[in-house]
Design a protein. Sequence first.
Lengths: 239, 239
Amino acid sequence: MPADEIEALAFDVFGTVVDWRSGITEAFTRVGDRAGISADWPSVADAWRRRYRPTLDRVTRGELAWQNFDGLHRIMLDDVLAEHGLDGSDGLGEADREEMVRAWHGLPPWPDAVPGLTRLRERFILSTLSNGHVAMLVHLAKGGGLPFDCILSVELVGTYKPDPEVYRSASRFLDLPPERVLMVACHPYDLRAAAAEGMRTGFVTRPLEWGPDTRVEPPPEGVDLVAEDFNDLAARLGC
Amino acid sequence: MPADEIEALAFDVFGTVVDWRSGITEAFTRVGDRAGISADWPSVADAWRRRYRPTLDRVTRGELAWQNFDGLHRIMLDDVLAEHGLDGSDGLGEADREEMVRAWHGLPPWPDAVPGLTRLRERFILSTLSNGHVAMLVHLAKGGGLPFDCILSVELVGTYKPDPEVYRSASRFLDLPPERVLMVACHPYDLRAAAAEGMRTGFVTRPLEWGPDTRVEPPPEGVDLVAEDFNDLAARLGC
């Protein structure tokens, strides 16, 4: 895939641009310390995130009304805390839970994200294309200094990935044919859905997304480009 | 209105952030010189822009299907050129007209826009809230170096200002109560419509929008803030 066929890059955000596991573990530790509660916070963070796909699938199947990530995160968090015995009078209270939901708005970018995006932005239009809602993505971009040109979100079409409508909306809002837009993600399911709508696809490996020594998914078949991180992505696209 | 009540600023773009008259006059001059056609290009630019409000009003009344600005600009341009005797075999051809429609994607910011926005961005979330479509606004922001955090457009709700739905959508997508968002514009009708939806309003004077020695509209009654330009706006908001 020659780089000059591409005009815009659309980025998945959670896992691909920002390190949710470190950010959420840190927030749990802070909130837990304050409340005098200790737990295996990385495992609680993982359990929270594991509820993500099945919960979104319930929305795309129409079993649960569309709501933004704050709403869904709160539902999932309450379940996860109950499951781990962290609710009740000696568990996390209302304000703690709100703070944890809000922690998803302030996750740290992977170390290569800002330098890589800065290089890529010289040549391409950079957009998010995320399951996060617009305000959340604005907070993440602003807080992390992420130089996006545009914030695109599933919120604009009222569904969730991998609904084809999400990928079509990127092409529509950027006013580009899908093959001029490169979807960048570390999750094969996202890239498969993007490719099915005619987008180009770039797989970025994020071996630490679920912590050290975890199984890393291989790139999907037929992917246009594989990169180690965003600096490598910039180099492969001639930036 | 204390500045700490405001979290985000939503900007009108054409006239408020960018100088459409200079940009369009320059593009007409370039295209005309190439085609060997001379005309009073500033007047043609003004005539094109004067068709703007009546054309958008036809869309909001449901008489014309929603389409993006490229489509509407082309319809208006063809009419204006015919009106000025600039069509036919010795007028502007198809490629020239496409170039003129595209010129709206590359308009120059007013000289205070980038420095003012840069100061404001330190403290506030900055978004567009424009009748331009998303791709057009991305091109304007990227080309002009305008540091917006977010691109909001009427395209996201399929209508045009001053439809109340446009202003409600800003509040919804920014996930803020309307009174936490300051609508910034040089056009009273825009601010009146924003205020009717509970937004705060900031009027910026743009005495040269329609060229020198033209009538300048006074700020609307009840406006929260009046500023001479974006640097003055930044100062008045404590930036």
